[in-house]
Write a protein that binds this ligand. Structure first.
Ligand SMILES: Nc1ncnc2c1ncn2[C@@H]1O[C@H](COP(=O)(O)OP(=O)(O)O)[C@@H](O)[C@H]1O
Ligand SMILES: [Mg+2]
Length: 316
């Protein structure tokens, strides 16, 4: 049994209501998204800013109630319970904004222990906080300091320690390295991988470009305008992308070999990401796709199984 199963999940936001409280503008942030994540695996979720990645993560977490579809965690249907699950935690993109500047590191890491009543004595709580600090490579002397005294990478470590406090099974990593210096990104990725192995964690790893998820993900799902357009094993996706959008995303990543770089076929993404308040009819990618045909402007392509991968394109 997979640890996480997401079936046809949609999340629509009402962004405007009439005087009579009727919804007049609906933003369809996530549409018909399905995925499974096996225990101990990392699934990468990639797509441009605004395509619905965070909303997907937050709906899985229980921070948002789904408009439709279901989330099954460890065999139990958790969507519609209207509460967050202790076994699913999140690491956020911005380690500056996500830590309360008025709380000490010990208070930040200890907060989830408190909320979930996970300790018997103060001693036990402190021992757990020190243990969490050492797990993420910080020292117990740093426990009484405040977030502003730390660098970006260290703050992200504090965020990771907080996420680990309840001994979760699944961590939704929402662009955890995007806001960090390139020199620090690899350290945080290495830490996440070590923790995964040591603690048996499962990750949904969200990023806005394919280069960032390449090394950490076993499988990768590509999202466009609220829909998953392709899912495949990481190697297959990078070697042989099927969906024109995946091809375009990949051609923006430089190839280390200069000869290969010269001969590489480039697909440039023309035009802007459509406004999700007013998505094009048919395939969401048709307005930017170099291969779009009539059918692409009329019908939404279903996600089809192709061998051990999935792709939503009329032309494949
Ligand atoms: N709480 C909300 N209310 C209304 N619209 C939202 C809300 N959260 C996100 N959106 C919209 O949903 C779309 C997807 O956003 P998001 O999930 O944050 O994308 P990503 O994480 O891929 O950048 C965007 O158009 C965004 O403006
Ligand atoms: Mg986001």
């Amino acid at each position: 049994m997979a640890l996480l199963e997401v079936n046809n999940l949609s999340k629509h936001f009402v962004v405007e209501r009439s005087f009579w409280d009727r919804p007049t503008k609906i933003l369809k942030a996530v549409n018909d998204v399905s995925m499974t994540i096996e225990r101990g695996e990392t699934l990468g979720l990639v797509g441009e800013s605004g395509c619905g990645k965070s909303t997907t993560g937050r709906t899985i977490m229980g921070l948002y109630t789904p408009t439709s579809g279901e989330v099954i965690f460890d065999g139990e249907k958790i969507s519609g319970q209207n509460k967050m699950h202790k076994d699913i935690q999140m690491i956020f993109q911005d380690p500056y904004a996500s830590l309360n500047p008025r709380m000490t590191v010990a208070d930040i890491i200890g907060e989830p222990l408190e909320i979930h009543h996970l300790y018997g004595s103060l001693n036990e709580k402190n021992r757990r906080i020190y243990e969490l600090l050492s797990l993420v490579g910080l020292s117990r002397e740093q426990a009484n300091r405040f977030p502003h005294e730390f660098s970006g990478g260290q703050r992200q470590r504090i965020g990771i320690a907080r996420a680990l406090a309840c001994e979760p099974k699944l961590i939704i990593c929402d662009e955890p390295i995007s806001a960090l210096d390139v020199s620090i990104q690899a350290q945080v990725i290495n830490l996440l991988e070590e923790l995964q192995e040591y603690l048996g964690l499962t990750y949904l790893f969200i990023a806005h470009d394919l280069a960032m998820v390449r090394y950490i993900s076993r499988r990768v799902a590509v999202m466009y305008l609220g829909r998953i357009v392709e899912t495949a094993q990481a190697e297959d996706l990078y070697e042989n992308p099927l969906h024109p959008y995946t091809q375009a995303l990949l051609s923006s990543i430089p190839v280390p070999d200069p000869q290969a770089e010269k001969t590489k076929q480039r697909i440039l993404l023309n035009g802007e990401l459509p406004n999700p308040l007013n998505p094009p009819p048919g395939c969401p990618f048709n307005t930017r796709c170099p291969y779009a045909k009539d059918i692409c402007r009329k019908e939404i392509p279903a996600l089809k199984n192709i061998g051990n991968r999935e792709c939503a394109c009329h032309l494949i």
